[in-house]
Design a protein around this ligand. Structure first.
Ligand code: ZN
Length: 179
């Protein structure tokens, strides 16, 4: 397994539309393992393949929700290949989102709070489920990546530009800090 570099906005690869996965090969399974390792190390709760420079319709999620008693996060790795949203609720729910490709910035995004989704799992098996709560939020965020969309695209132009300006400034200051 390997930790892969995560692309950050404004990298143009993040704006590509990812292509469907045709078959679940050993190569793809290795990529999935590497994506989990990369996501846990970041740390993050979701990662789309395009964020590590592979524009394929593949994403991994692990909410790592803390166990009630011990407070230790429980790992529950989920793999979504070629995911599709079949139905979405009319009711929207705001949620404070962040993204490994837009580091250290968070903003409320409104999305349907209930979706019915279809996808292939890591074994290439077709799955269909109704998904709610935080998993629905993260899945929709990651599926946006497959369309070249970032969560900041859901914000007002003013908010988005402010985040992009701060990111550009932070990037410019980084080498000076390191020197
Ligand atoms: Zn993201």
């Amino acid at each position: 397994m390997a930790i892969l570099p995560i692309l950050e906005t404004p990298d143009p690869v993040l704006r590509q539309i990812s292509i469907p996965v045709e078959t679940v090969t050993d190569e793809l399974r290795t990529l999935i393992d590497d994506m989990f390792e990369t996501m846990y190390a970041a740390p993050g709760i979701g990662l789309a393949a395009v964020q590590v420079g592979v524009p394929k319709r593949l994403l991994v999620i692990d909410l790592q929700e803390p166990e009630e008693e011990e407070g230790e996060p429980v790992r529950k790795p989920l793999v979504f290949i070629n995911p599709e949203i079949l139905e979405a609720s009319d009711t929207l729910q705001p949620y404070l989102e962040g993204c490994l490709s837009v580091p250290e910035h968070y903003a409320d995004v409104e999305r349907p709070d209930r979706i019915r989704a279809r996808w292939l799992d890591a074994d290439g098996k077709a799955r269909e489920e109704e998904i709610t709560g935080m998993l629905a939020v993260v899945l929709q965020h990651e599926m946006d990546h497959l369309q070249g969309i970032l969560f900041i695209d859901h914000l007002s132009r003013l908010k988005r530009d402010m985040i992009l300006r701060k990111l550009a400034k932070a990037r410019k200051e980084q080498p000076r800090k390191a020197a």
